[in-house]
Design a protein. Structure first.
Length: 276
């Protein structure tokens, strides 16, 4: 298993890597909330392009994110298809007009429905790169110490750090179990039948669950033996103070969120309507 294909923190020397983890989390959450609440295509398109530029500037390699991007792309496509199948007239109901592009009875495609689906797709381009950026450029220990500096309990901070550190561990364990099952003769490639692949997946998931529970128990026991939580405060090995660049990122997130509120007022709601 190539280490670079593990979805977890990848040390690099980029502007985004050097940012304080709390500033990155604040930017990710606030901008994601703004993108999820608005359907202004202009704003979504700008944030999507900006997110892709940030992702490119982090010097992340395709091997690190190829699996999760393909999975999210498939899920997004299925979601868009499901929206159209179950409510093909939702777009025209939102925008109050109807311009037919392709007449097909109940599944008639209108400009309004297509425009709505494009907005939904743009939301993925806004949030997915930011989420991957945060996950791949944030040192869990530095993030925990940053949260603790914001007066958040170190117990909560450490729990968040463990969750972030646990993601690549689970993925590495999954690939190890998968390789072991294939060495025993289980065919898990795309060439195998669906029933065979499902059976093989069960043979991977069950050991993965039990190994995860064992790891949780080991970590819990180790923390208890070290009397974790017995003190009101604790020191951190890794700390990253706030710098001017971190405050700039926080201010930028607030500005983008403020633009969303302004667009709400300008559009008289969440939706930008180019048809009227």
């Amino acid at each position: 298993m190539n280490k670079q294909s593990i979805l977890g923190y990848q040390p690099q020397d980029s502007f985004i890597h050097r940012l304080n983890a709390t500033a990155k989390l604040f930017f990710f959450l606030l901008v994601s909330i703004a993108c999820m609440t608005t359907f202004d295509t202009r704003f979504l398109l700008f944030v999507a392009l900006f997110s892709l530029i940030l992702f490119k500037s982090a010097h992340l390699k395709w091997q690190q994110v190829s699996f999760i991007i393909k999975f999210i792309a498939l899920f997004s496509l299925l979601n868009l298809i499901a929206i159209f199948i179950f409510q093909p007239t939702y777009g025209q109901e939102l925008y109050g007009s109807r311009h037919i592009l392709l007449a097909a009875g109940y599944f008639t495609l209108t400009s309004q429905e297509l425009f709505y689906l494009v907005n939904v797709a743009l939301k993925y381009f806004c949030t997915v790169p930011l989420a991957l950026l945060f996950l791949l450029t944030t040192d869990p220990s530095a993030f925990a110490s940053s949260l603790n500096k914001l007066k958040i309990s170190y117990k909560i901070s450490y729990a968040v750090a463990l969750a972030l550190r646990y993601i690549p561990d689970i993925q590495a364990t999954y690939w190890d179990i998968s390789a072991a099952q294939q060495a025993r003769g289980y065919e898990l490639s795309s060439k195998a039948k669906l029933s065979t692949r499902l059976k093989g997946a069960i043979n991977i998931i069950l050991p993965l669950i039990f190994s995860s529970l064992e790891r949780i128990n080991t970590i819990s026991t180790a923390m208890q033996l070290r009397r974790f939580g017995s003190k009101k405060t604790r020191t951190w090995y890794t700390q990253r103070p706030f710098k001017a660049s971190d405050w700039f990122v926080i201010i930028l997130a607030i500005v983008l969120f403020g633009i969303t509120l302004y667009l709400f007022k300008l559009n008289h709601g969440r939706f930008y309507d180019p048809f009227n």
